[in-house]
Design a protein around this ligand. Sequence first.
Ligand SMILES: [Zn+2]
Length: 238
Amino acid sequence: MLIKDGIIRDRSIYGVPVIIDLLPRRKNYSRWIKTELEYITNHNTDNWKKGADAKANVKYLKSVRLRSLSWHLTVDDHCIIQTMPLIYNGWHCTDGHDSDSGNITSIGIEGCLNKDGNWKTTRLNMIKLNVYLMNNLPNLKGDNWKKTIVGHYWWYKKNCPSQILKEKGGFTAFRNDCIQYNKDLIAKKDIFDYEDMLNELSDWGKLYISDVKKIVKENNHNWPGIIEKLYYHAGKRS
Ligand SMILES: [Zn+2]
C-alpha cells in the first residue's frame, strides 16, 4: 500500500524524495480528530530567508510553543517532509474546528519560499504532491480536482499561498497545472501499455517485435485485421 495509516510509504513521489519526520503527538496537533480528509489546502510559508527550506520549517514547527499550528506536508525544491499522519486534522486554515472547516477537512501542504531555493522546482514538487494525493487517497473528492485542490484563501480571506496567488493565472493556473500533470502521467502510461501490448503480441504471434510493429502499421491500426494476421503467423509457426 502506498499510503498506510495516513503515512506515505513511498520513498519518493514522482522522483521527489519523501522524508517522514512526525511531530510528537502532544505537540501542535491541536485536536487529534481522526477524520477522512476531503480537501488539499495549499500554503506558502512566507519565509523568504536563506535556508528556510522544508527541513528548517519542520524544525520550526517542532520548536514552536503555540499549540494551534500544524500541517501535514512541507515541500521545497529537493524534498517532501511529512510531519503528521494524513488521517488526523491539522491546524493551518485559520477557520476553527467546525466539522466543515478547512482545519478539520483538509490536508495542509506548505510550499517553501526560501530565497536560496528554486521556487519553480518547489512549485512543481507541490504539483506532484497534489497529484499523488489525488491518485492515492480515495476519500478525497473523487476526481473533482476543482473542488478538492484549494488554497488557504478559500477557507479564510488571507493572502495565502502568496507566491502562487501573485503569479499569472493565480491559483487557477496552479490547479490547472496539477490537472495537466496528471493527464501527462496517464498519457505516459498509455505509451507504456502500448509497448507492453506489442511485446505480448510478439510472444503470442511468435514474431519479432519489429514484425508486429510492421503488421500494425500495414493494417493501419485495424485491430481485427491485425489479430487475424498474427493468428496466421502463430498457426504457421507452431
Ligand atoms: Zn496559509
